[in-house]
Ligand binder design. Structure first.
Ligand code: BTN
Length: 254
């Protein structure tokens, strides 16, 4: 059990810890718990295998049995305005990137929330929020971190695991403890209302920030560079002629 004390009280992550051999998706399981029971903030659902692992944008999340860290964390961030929900997503990215960085060297965040190691994807995050009036009500933060898996299918050619980079084998239960510690720290500024710190930490690790690169939007490809991230979570991309455009998820590729 991890406890961090914030102005608004202790933030405990990993209590209770629900361990399942197999489940369709830890995110679905967590959402069902929220619908049918009253799980406390900090509840974690951990599994060794998902039969219907969900990724962003309706994609599947594929992971060999017992090789990787697959879990969902339940939070109740009911003090956050719905239009600031990307700050929560940034905190989760910041926590994972810090932990991966500690273990395996430089890690980056590819907008909106892919975690990269040596330029390849080592972790993905699927956040599912419920909103009440204009405030967040509950959050399921689903995290898949590639740990000991060494081969990925042809559709996952940009995937990498901790083991592929460091050559070491990891105990997944210990990694979960470490990651919850990092997440608790990364969520601290959110629970204390220090939004600027969250954004700075995120931008410091942002892949391709201020670097000229090829981007593709619905009108074709162009030379651009990421200049900033809007409060709403949209990415701001500047062009050579000085124009800056904001894009939502799936509206741009790079
Ligand atoms: C992505 O597409 O990058 C997000 C992947 C998120 C995968 C994790 S694995 C644990 C949790 N349960 C799911 O079904 N998805 C998330």
């Amino acid at each position: 059990m991890i406890t961090k004390f914030t102005n608004s009280g202790p933030l405990k992550l990993g209590e209770p810890l629900i361990k399942l051999d197999t489940v369709n998706s830890t995110n679905t399981y967590a959402s069902d718990l929220l619908k049918n029971t009253n799980p406390p903030q900090g509840t974690v659902i951990l599994t060794g295998f998902q039969t219907g692992g969900k990724g962003q944008g309706g994609n599947k999340w594929l992971s060999e049995r017992n090789m990787n860290l697959l879990f969902s964390l339940i939070l109740r961030p009911d003090f956050i305005k719905a239009d600031k929900q990307f700050y929560l997503s940034m905190c989760i990215s910041n926590g994972i990137a810090a932990m991966v960085g500690n273990i395996a060297g430089d890690s980056q965040i590819k907008w909106p929330n892919d975690i990269l190691l040596n330029g390849r994807k080592v972790a993905g995050i699927l956040i599912e929020n419920t909103v009440m009036a204009d405030m967040l009500h509950s959050t399921v933060a689903g995290i898949g971190l590639n740990v000991n898996q060494e081969k990925f299918g042809p559709e996952l050619q940009d995937a990498v695991s901790l083991k592929m980079v460091t050559g070491r084998e990891y105990n997944i239960d210990i990694l979960l403890e470490e990651l919850l510690e990092h997440l608790s720290t990364a969520l601290g500024p959110l629970y204390n209302g220090i939004y600027a710190e969250i954004r700075t930490t995120y931008l410091n690790r942002l892949y391709r920030l201020n670097e000229w690169a090829r981007f593709t939007d619905k009108n074709g490809s162009f030379d651009g560079r990421i200049t900033d991230i809007a409060d709403s979570g949209e990415i701001m991309v500047g062009r050579r002629d000085g124009r800056i455009t904001e894009y939502g998820f799936k509206e741009i590729r790079f």
